[in-house]
Write a protein that binds this ligand. Structure first.
Ligand SMILES: [Zn+2]
Length: 549
């Protein structure tokens, strides 16, 4: 028996690579094949195509692996790929999400508490069955090695035969593959591990490329207006994972904004995000580059709205109860509120957004001259553990999904937990307004709240966020945006602003709105992208007429 087992585990590199590839195609690709079956329902024609797809992707994997596995690298490479693929399979199967470069950037920037939110029994099972057990097998295998020349020859043989098989199949099924490549690009994104390997390569090469980007100053002509006026105190809240259609201010049937409704706020109903992840949206919000022109690395190497405001004399403070500022606040004062040492409002392992308000008075007192901009980066509705995002007193909608494994919960209980978290954000924002109201004697005060991106709550069986923009559903892109101003704010025509609240806007507007809000003069400023630069009466009438049609 022992001998039999030994014989079974003695093999050459090519056999091992083929075994690992077959294993991954067969067990690590549930999301890939279930998405395929949605587009190509199972019948005789399609069955042959789907089998051929498995062979083509398997062959491609064999080619890639044969090129990176050489003698001593073989086992470490295969074990790494098995382990990573077990994680990828779990997230794709459970959340129908894809591992593209943006997702990798999110993973790279995720902190411990966010990661622990994603831990679950099912994840552990995936890692054991798809990662650890096959890795143990690979580890135990005795690899037969020959001379260097023979090893190279066998690698070339394996790679070229696999390539040949792949190409031949694509040619035989060419009409299927033409439609697959042209019209169903998205399906490829679910192929495990090929897609995340390609993404990793792209991510790494863009990181190397950008590290050489020089830092660029913009708006060097920027100057604060000399006009005499009271000081301004603006609080900008960067929200997390909130959906426009889950705000009762925008017509949601559940009363999720009872507190904000008591204040005289303006809710912009048609506001769209720049990306579908924190890592992308947050820098984009403050960047001079619009969505169409946005590139994370380019933005990181360029001054943003906060830099320009700070340069013109505005006191800028960033408080963070999320992950971090994603590079936005690198050159302004930054304080972390994710730990009990700084955040006085932490219990049950969760630090609340309201804790960020504790330091405001001290900061305001310490800055007796100049305008003040305080950015509060919320934990908000961060998933999948929505039930952790609010204190028990805010559990108005029940029953709630009490796990981070959304697939184990009904859509209703997920929605309940999510709406309760929105209720808590509503409470938090009203506390911010209360804080601002206390300062209306010394300052013109205002609140600007905006979520970074939305969230899928099971529509089309998609959960969470982070899908590439061109396939992301509205739920991940349509965000709530709310403003409030004190009565003494002369620069704001509140009536006109309210009348224009249904204009289509996106996060490109924030950069220019911030400059406009603090009266900064620069050629970079575009008035047509300033939310507060409300169209004149005629234009408003035209808008109204358009809506009546
Ligand atoms: Zn986010």
């Amino acid at each position: 028996m022992k001998r039999f087992w030994q014989n079974l585990t003695v093999m050459n590199k090519s056999t091992l690579i083929i075994l690992v590839s077959v294993f991954l195609m067969a067990f690590g690709n549930r999301a890939f094949f279930s998405n395929i079956f949605e587009v190509y329902p199972l019948n005789l024609d399609n069955a042959a195509f789907v089998i051929s797809l498995a062979v083509v992707f398997g062959a491609a994997l064999v080619v890639i692996l044969s090129l990176v596995c050489y003698r001593y690298t073989t086992k470490p490479v295969l074990i790494t790929i098995l382990m990573l693929s077990s994680f990828a399979a779990y997230f794709m199967d459970s959340y129908n999400t894809v591992i593209d470069t943006d997702m990798l950037r999110n993973v790279a920037q995720t902190n411990v508490s966010e990661a622990s939110d994603l831990m679950s029994g099912t994840l552990v099972m995936y890692v054991i069955l798809l990662g650890i057990l096959p890795s143990l097998f690979v580890y135990r295998v005795q690899l037969k090695t020959g001379t260097v020349r023979r090893d190279i020859l066998s690698t070339v043989k394996l790679a070229s035969i696999s390539l040949g098989v792949g190409v031949l199949i694509v040619v035989v099924f060419s009409s299927f593959y033409a439609s697959f490549i042209r019209e169903h690009k998205i399906l490829r994104y679910y192929a495990n591990p090929s897609f995340y390997l390609v993404s990793t390569f792209k991510f790494a090469s863009s990181a190397i490329e950008s590290s050489s980007l020089p830092f660029t100053m913009i708006a060097e002509d920027a100057q604060a207006s000399q006009a005499k006026r009271p000081r301004e105190l603006i609080i900008m809240v960067v929200g997390e994972t909130a959906r426009a259609d889950r705000f009762s201010l925008n017509g949601y049937e559940r009363e999720t904004n009872p507190e904000l409704a008591k204040h005289n706020v303006i809710s912009f109903s048609d506001f769209w995000s720049c990306g579908t992840s924190t890592a992308l949206s947050v820098p984009c919000i403050f960047s001079v580059y619009g969505q169409s022109d946005f590139d994370q690395k380019k933005a990181e190497a360029t001054e943003n709205a906060l830099d320009i405001l700070a340069r013109t004399g505005v006191n800028v403070l960033w408080l963070d109860n999320n992950s971090d500022s994603k590079g936005v606040a690198d050159r302004v004062t930054y304080r972390d509120f994710k730990t009990p040492e700084n955040n006085p409002d932490c219990n049950d392992g969760e630090c609340r957004d309201t804790g960020m308000l504790a330091d405001l008075q001290q900061y305001i007192d310490a800055h007796p001259s100049g305008d003040i901009l305080i950015v509060l980066h919320q934990m908000g509705n961060h998933g999948p553990a929505y039930y952790k995002r609010y204190p028990k007193a805010f559990e108005k909608y029940t029953p709630v999904c009490q796990t981070n494994q959304l697939e184990d919960c009904s859509k209703e209980t997920i929605s309940n937990a999510y709406d309760n978290a929105t209720l808590y954000t509503d409470f938090f924002l009203s506390k911010v307004i209360d804080e601002l109201r206390r300062h209306t004697d010394e300052f013109e005060t205002g609140l600007f709240y905006l979520s970074d991106h939305g969230e899928s709550l099971g529509e089309f069986d998609v959960y969470l966020h982070g899908l590439p923009m061109f396939i992301a559903p509205e739920a991940q892109r349509h965000v709530p945006a709310v403003m409030w101003f004190s009565d003494n704010f002369p620069g704001v025509d509140e009536k006109a602003l309210r009348a224009s609240k249904d204009r289509t806007m996106n996060q490109d507007w924030v950069f220019h709105t911030l400059l406009g809000l603090f009266d900064v003069r620069t050629d970079v400023y575009q008035p047509k992208l300033d939310i507060l630069n409300v169209p004149g009466a005629t234009m408003l009438e035209q808008l109204a007429a358009k809506q009546d049609q």
